[in-house]
Design a protein around this ligand. Structure first.
Ligand code: GTP
Ligand code: MG
Length: 370
């Protein structure tokens, strides 16, 4: 069962640890400040101090974070969220850069400023696509393992001069495990030894049957270098999104996932968050994994300040009390006390986990020393 140290319990009640120890003594228990007491005893102490106790569990936390289910009529179309995957050097980064340069909104806001882990592109028709720049397949799997299943579509980049390679196969496996539809971007088609047909044929062995092979997987020939086919790739993504009917309710408390987070000099902890539902506003109080904060400022993918961010929008969030981890879930809560409570609960769970791991480590060290 749950246990809590005397110090921790005192902190959570905003009482002095000495007074907690006294109260335990009255109950016939001798305890030190670092000692753990079980939750039943803790509850008695809490009652003794006249506080209300509430046992928090991860399922409570989830209930507090997740609001009501959305009814279908509240769902509005949103931009699809795309992750680009593929073998090393097949042109993932180049393709993302080229797509970002093709953004018709780029001119409007004064061009691209800095690197951010996710960005949105506006195509000439006005539709938008969100691209996640996850470095490596591990990050994709890790985010999924942490419950951040934010990708709608995987764009599989295959270099036309190289064909299917080890990490291409790995990417296919990851996409399939995530249940994400794949769009194949056959890249480097500008090269003289490009052989897109070979790519399409090789894909058959991995149960990817593209349209040209009478299957239903979309594939597009592109070149990140000459920008050839980028519009077709965007069209394919939007078509796939239509088939998937990607939607979200923008009129609710925001939920999302942390795409990346870091400490920055002069700015404090900064997290790039992808909003998955609801709308995030300046001033909102939120929890991000085991951290919490109040949104001090929001910056879009061009570093411009914005007041709010709706579904599928990546934003930089300022105002965190600590630095969360990529893949952490993000959710707006009603009050600061609720945010603190959830963050403290999760930090305690993390501490307990690392204590257990540490204890196990020392036993292993002991055994290996014999
Ligand atoms: P990693 O991040 O290392 O896995 O590589 P990546 O998949 O991001 O590939 P990257 O975009 O770094 O491109 C690898 C090399 O291929 C670079 O030298 C690019 O200039 C080149 N390249 C990328 N796209 C194209 C293309 O369409 N045509 C040609 N000719 N070269 C390309
Ligand atoms: Mg790269």
């Amino acid at each position: 069962p749950d246990a809590i140290t005397v110090q921790e319990l005192a902190n959570r009640m905003a009482e002095r640890a000495g007074d907690v120890i006294k109260s335990l003594m009255k109950m016939g228990m001798m305890a030190t400040i670092t000692q753990s007491i079980d939750s039943d005893t803790a509850e008695l102490v809490v009652a003794e101090f006249g506080h209300k106790s509430k046992r928090v569990s991860e399922s409570d936390v989830e209930l507090q974070l997740q609001g009501k289910e959305d009814s279908p009529e509240d769902l509005k179309p949103r931009a699809p969220v795309v992750t680009v995957m593929g073998h090393v050097d097949h042109g993932k980064t180049s393709l993302l850069d080229a797509l970002r340069r093709s953004d018709v909104a780029a001119g409007e806001a004064g061009g691209i400023t800095q690197h951010i882990g996710a960005y949105q592109v506006k195509v000439p028709s006005g539709a938008r696509i969100t691209f996640l720049d996850t470095p490596g397949h591990e990050a994709f799997t890790e985010m999924r393992a942490r419950g951040a299943n934010v990708t709608d579509i995987v764009v599989l980049v295959v270099a036309a001069d190289d064909g299917i390679m080890a990490q291409t196969v790995e990417a296919i496996r990851h996409a399939k495990a995530a249940g994400c539809p794949i769009i194949v971007a056959i890249n480097k088609c500008d090269l003289p030894d490009a052989d897109p047909n070979r790519v399409r044929t090789e894909l058959l062995q991995h149960e990817i049957v593209v349209e040209e092979m009478s299957g239903d997987v979309l594939s597009v020939e592109v070149s990140a270098k000459t920008q050839q086919g980028l519009d077709k790739l965007e069209e394919a993504i939007l078509l796939q999104a239509e088939l998937l009917e990607v939607k979200a309710n923008p009129d609710r408390r925001a939920e999302g996932a942390v795409v990346e987070a870091k400490m920055e000099k002069g700015r404090g902890s900064v997290a790039t968050v992808l909003v998955t539902k609801g709308t995030l506003n300046v001033g909102d109080i939120f929890v991000a994994g085991a951290e919490w904060g109040r949104v001090r400022a929001l910056l879009d993918d061009r570093g411009q300040r914005v007041k709010s961010a709706g579904p599928s929008t990546p934003v930089e969030v300022l105002g965190l009390q600590g630095t969360p981890v990529a893949g952490d879930e993000f959710g707006v809560v009603e009050s600061e006390s609720q945010a603190r409570e959830i963050a403290e609960y999760r930090q305690r769970v993390l501490r307990e986990k690392s204590a257990v791991a540490g204890a196990r480590g020392s036993v292993e060290q002991m055994l290996s020393a014999i």
